[in-house]
Design a protein. Structure first.
Lengths: 409, 409
């Protein structure tokens, strides 16, 4: 463990019964786990969370997706379709602070764990649900995955070339973006419960959550009265130049630097011209004001590109940044992975797993008193069944063995 | 106020001294405000938060950006560079639970409000900082805006056409995505403080926060050992077809539907062929398995497109969805804005402002006990100076008037 890493204890003692799968739910409970909560995944004994991508009888060659969203959790297996299995999770719910699920619409009710049932068992529980579409939406019975939520939530419509088709943002905002909003609300509900002892039902829809991340675009719509557009790597509606992505040496697919001169700071343009040895253009009437430069944006971009093409993206970022102009190299996962400063700061950590290869992955990026929270291994399927049933419910080894024989767990 | 809206009280009584500006910080404190916290923006008397985009002497024609990230807050004006102004905010900090800032690196220290100073005034305060790059990063002194953080955090590298340049995801994930991770951590710290009474310093960097949203891409890198790629609207590494964006009638820039057949559910392909009246292809050896269809993806996509082009995106979404196959229309801000079901459910609400035009905007998407939290107006610059100085500090109207005369507030 690096010196910059410790175990966060903000949510120490908070018990979470976690029925979530794939990413929207698991990203939420992983955040709770990283803050110190005791998160127990309830998984079916055969395959577990489908995010495990287990292929029965074949070696488990792709555990990375599961690792990424299930660090710092425990796993127990329970057959929820057996009466004894259902009774067992109800006993756990009685002891829990939070229950969370992101099954298909109607599934948790069919399992016999609707909010009314759970509330009757434990009136002070925080009962959290993540769905694709909201209750009351015309699509409330539809399944959704990240791509569906992003398409219906607007993010495709503002991503991609101005004259090209809508494009998927390459990050799973529909899932993790939603999970984070639920996590904030769950911790808020726990905070209030200190005072009131009251439970609540929390619900979020992935489509609705996308609107939260689209607020700049809704602000643009407020101004123009029209649908917000896409603009490649420009920001539509921002009337300044130069601003955008410029090609760098040696010309690989991600060899670009983002340079952003500010409309509010007229010095940026002159400073940039000086840096790139085009002092001849300082004061040139063709490019004097932001409006002039927007009108001749193609020319302006070529002036910058002629210089950036002669530098690597990291050199360009450094030189432009040192000249006091915001700049950022386009980095890919391989470059980020190899940059040791992330590991030194605890932002990336290597998950050590009892079976799988070590996996370097991003952890919780918020540092507390200078330290990052430690990543522990994602659980093997059912790894903690005995431990949790003993710790939470006081079951004896004999009782657990009996349930295993019966196929309940 | 719609019947589906109420005032959330999870963070009632939590006092936040908010020095944030633009979006990464304000999105965080707005989330706290939506959960019921008393958030007071400390703004400079001349221009306020630069996110207000005020142009002195000119009418305020673009308040939407500010509205979107500053609902449910109060505003007071204080000249932090005057000794009396600094003493005043220190008095507020003494009464506060949370202080948060996202100034340029070093600025809060130069103002005389470093963590050491603030901790000495109020040892139990949660002191939160949002920066572009992390302490210890080679770029820690650099400025960052959303685009810079996204470029350096990897999201550009995985967005856009497979053979085209990196592309900016059209949402401000660098800002709001970061703000949400800080909000989770702040509320977690408040939860723990009930028990310990201890304050903490929280720090997040926008670049680091992007890695959190890139975990699918890091999982792909874990599997392949290579940088995660971009794939237009396909998901690189997912080996199934059909899956992607299909063009719809009448052929406008956002007339597309995302259709996603599942590798795990072989019925999807047959069901889709039946729906589009291509039963002749059911069992066709060329398209039998997911691997076959990936190999002939261009042909498969054309089979689907021939049908989708004859339907609107909403009809296609409905018909494909009813056939049990995940599908989602690409919706833009105008279409989302006009869909009354968002307003009926409290997900979109109209901000009523004392001066500006009403603005329909997305609110907090997580519902509590079936209700959404009410959006109240973003504050006018200094609107709550008198009220807050009286409520928080017990200052008399005379004392406040005196400070106004002196230009302190």
């Amino acid at each position: 463990m690096s010196a910059s890493v410790c175990d966060f204890t903000f949510l120490q003692g908070v018990k979470v019964v976690d029925f979530t799968q794939f990413e929207a739910g698991p990203s939420c409970t992983e955040a709770l786990g990283w803050l110190g909560a005791d998160v127990v995944k309830i998984e079916n004994p055969k395959m577990g969370d489908p995010g495990r991508r287990l292929r029965p009888g074949q070696p488990d060659t792709d555990p990375y997706y599961f690792h990424a969203f299930n660090a710092n959790k425990k796993s127990i297996t329970v057959d929820l379709k057996s009466l004894k299995g259902l009774a067992l999770v109800k006993d756990m719910i009685r002891k829990a602070d939070v229950m969370i699920e992101n099954f298909a619409p109607g599934a948790i009710e069919r399992l016999g764990l609707s909010y009314d049932v759970v509330k009757a068992i434990n009136p002070s529980i925080i009962y959290a649900q993540v769905k694709g579409f909201g209750e009351g939406s015309p699509f409330e019975h539809n399944l959704a995955f990240d791509m569906i939520a992003q398409a219906c939530g607007g993010t495709f419509s503002v991503t991609g070339d101005k004259n090209g088709p809508p494009t998927r943002p390459g990050i799973s905002l529909g899932d993790t973006g939603t999970g984070m909003l639920m996590a904030i609300t769950i911790v808020g509900a726990l905070y209030k419960r200190h005072e009131t002892g009251e439970g609540h039902r929390l619900q979020v829809a992935m489509q609705d959550a996308m609107l939260h991340y689209m607020r700049i675009n809704f602000a643009t719509q407020g101004l123009t009265g029209k649908a917000a557009e896409r603009g490649g790597s420009k920001v539509p509606g921002v009337s300044n130049a130069p601003m955008g992505l410029y090609p760098c040496a040696p010309g690989g697919p991600n060899d670009y630097v983002y340079i952003m001169t500010s409309r509010a700071n007229p010095d940026h343009w002159d400073r940039l011209l000086k840096l790139i040895d085009r002092q001849d253009l300082i004061g040139d009437k063709r490019y004097l004001t932001p409006a002039d430069r927007v009108e001749r944006e193609a020319e302006v971009d070529e002036v910058i590109s002629a210089w950036t093409r002669k530098h690597t993206k990291l050199d360009a970022m450094k030189l432009v940044g040192e000249a006091g102009i915001p700049a950022g190299a386009v980095l890919d996962t391989d470059e980020l992975n190899k940059d040791v400063t992330f590991e030194q700061r605890g932002i990336m950590q290597t998950m050590i797993h009892p079976v799988h290869r070590p996996f370097k992955m991003p952890g919780w990026p918020v540092r507390v008193d200078g330290k990052a929270t430690r990543i522990t291994s994602s659980p093997m399927l059912g790894e903690h069944t005995d431990q949790v049933l003993s710790d939470w419910l006081g079951l004896t080894a004999q009782a657990v063995a009996e349930m295993k024989r019966e196929g309940v767990i």
